[in-house]
Design a protein around this ligand. Sequence first.
Ligand SMILES: Cc1cc2nc3c(=O)[nH]c(=O)nc-3n(C[C@H](O)[C@H](O)[C@H](O)COP(=O)(O)OP(=O)(O)OC[C@H]3O[C@@H](n4cnc5c(N)ncnc54)[C@H](O)[C@@H]3O)c2cc1C
Length: 639
Amino acid sequence: MKTEPVVPARIDFDAAGLPHAPDFGDVYHAQVGAFEQARHVFLAGNGLPGRWAGQRRFVVAETGFGLGNNFLATWAAWRDDPARCAQLVFVSVEHHPPTRADLARALHGSPQPELAAELVAAWPPATPGLHTIDFDGGRVRLLLGYGDAAALLPELRLVADAIYLDGFAPGRNAAMWSAPVFQALARLSAPGTTAATWSVARAVRDGLAAVGFELERRAGIGGKREISVARYAPRYLPPPPPRDAAAQPLARDAVVIGAGLAGAAVAQALAAEGLAVTVFERQAAPGAETSGNPAGIFHGTVNADDGPHARLLRAGALLATRTYAPLFDAGLVPGSTRGLLRLDAGPVEAMQALATRAGLPADWVQVLDTAAASALAGLALPSPAWFYPGAGWCSPASLAAHWIATPGVAFVGGTEVARLERAGGRWRLLNAAGGTLAETAIVVLANASDAARLAAAWMPEACAWPLQRVRGQVSAWTGPRAPLALPVAGGGYALPGPDGGVVFGASSQAGDEDPARREADHAENLAKLKRLTGLEPPPDARAWPGRVGWRLAAEDKMPIVGALPAAVPAHRAEQPRRWPRHEGLFACTALGSRGITLAPLAGRLVAAMATGAPWPLEQDLVDAVDPARFAARALRRRG
Ligand SMILES: Cc1cc2nc3c(=O)[nH]c(=O)nc-3n(C[C@H](O)[C@H](O)[C@H](O)COP(=O)(O)OP(=O)(O)OC[C@H]3O[C@@H](n4cnc5c(N)ncnc54)[C@H](O)[C@@H]3O)c2cc1C
């Protein structure tokens, strides 16, 4: 999917403070009117709140988030309903989101001031793609997609229970009510999915009927005499996408192999979906192998084409910030989300031109000249920098241990999984002596390079993953606090150490299996530190011996996240999403040098795929991390 810069909505406020959209010649609804409309048209029109009673999860899909009144009214109705579902997932697309300031102004006087304030506080940067925002500890999850509905809706993977068709009037915003949008909504529906809209326009009713909805008119509200409600009852139901075959929505338990960042993130995300999760780890404690460094950095990247790599890292970094900030603030995990500087050779004018062309918002990334970057870092830097205000550093081992301690996750250390068997529709995990360790519906291979060994027994031969282990040694000194206020990166990194001093590195040697710490690597790290920050260890610094680990990277530098392919498809095998899958068998590995950035997103993606929850990532990006992609690409190349 080619992304476009997000252009925020132009909102005029009239003398009474009411918001208008001059570009569409239409009004946003007044606060009270908007809530009444939401309750009458969208909630009651979809049989809510009654329909979510007693369910584990209820999914609402909406076209046109606007000022969020439908979301707030739905959230309020859910909160006030003692029979509510365990989790409300609200997925909405918006082409022109308001700025945070406009949203705050427009929601001033909201009938739900506390919920409105939470929404404003969590408002994401105006960057294209899906943003995941959790409220109420994740029991209310908002997936907010910034982009054109016709382009974004086909990239979503979810099954909606209810659909809210909102947005400006069809006469003023025809694209939102077009055949491609209706077709995409039908693909997000299952028999019984309902839809509601205040519009009774012929084109809207015909468009919905053409894709399999049965329509009904109901009494309207406010200025509307009638509204439309609909139920999906298609004459022909296309088979579900083959990739969905892996999902186990009725499963109660899951096993994760490996308790590094990848496995711990997956375990936490599966437990959040209500599963009882067991994690097998060959070491005695979580985060004892590659994820055991004292600290590392997380951040996005800027790329003129906004290709899959940049989009994935952005989605990962934004979710990482949301996930980590409360943990750091509460002192549960050492780390910071107070920003990171990524040095760039410049010139600063070229960086600025790129930022403007790409429409990069300042709450995502800013261009700083050398002086401004140096002032932020607290020392003289050699060049301009990209400043990511929400990025930062964290202690990966503490993070892994924190996730493993999630209620619902059982940790079994000192236990190596030797192989898997399929028995009676479940997975059996065995140790080297052939003893059964566990039987379960869902298995996630999150055991770094050993995942490739376990996966190879179950994937077609053509699917072998092109992986490389890249040795790396990180250095640090502790003791006196260095004058380094923020992490600085760019061909290496330096960050303020959790125990004072500085953590810096790291060396990089592909195919080198030497576990011994090397003086030459430490010298290389010192040179990087000097180049990035001008810093050298002070005489009273306490040297730390360093640590060696292996980054596992796929050939295309993207992680491997998703369900394992079971066979080569007869048709369209060049598309990863067409490959048949094993039931309940997933991988989450090859996080490369970006495990801290990618783990929360990768964990949630696996959990969503395994349980049938809405995916937090666009499907073309899911293709880009799919375990079947290498074989699919090879077939494409062969034509
Ligand atoms: C020097 C260096 C610096 C780095 N700096 C950064 C940084 O600044 N920022 C960043 O984001 N990333 C950084 N990384 C990368 C980051 O550390 C990795 O992306 C991340 O740790 C990978 O996590 P993982 O869970 O996939 O792998 P691991 O942490 O290796 O976890 C895999 C786990 O599986 C277990 N296991 C394996 N096989 C089995 C089995 N058969 N049964 C049971 N258990 C098994 C292992 O014991 C291990 O604990 C760095 C890496 C290195 C080497």
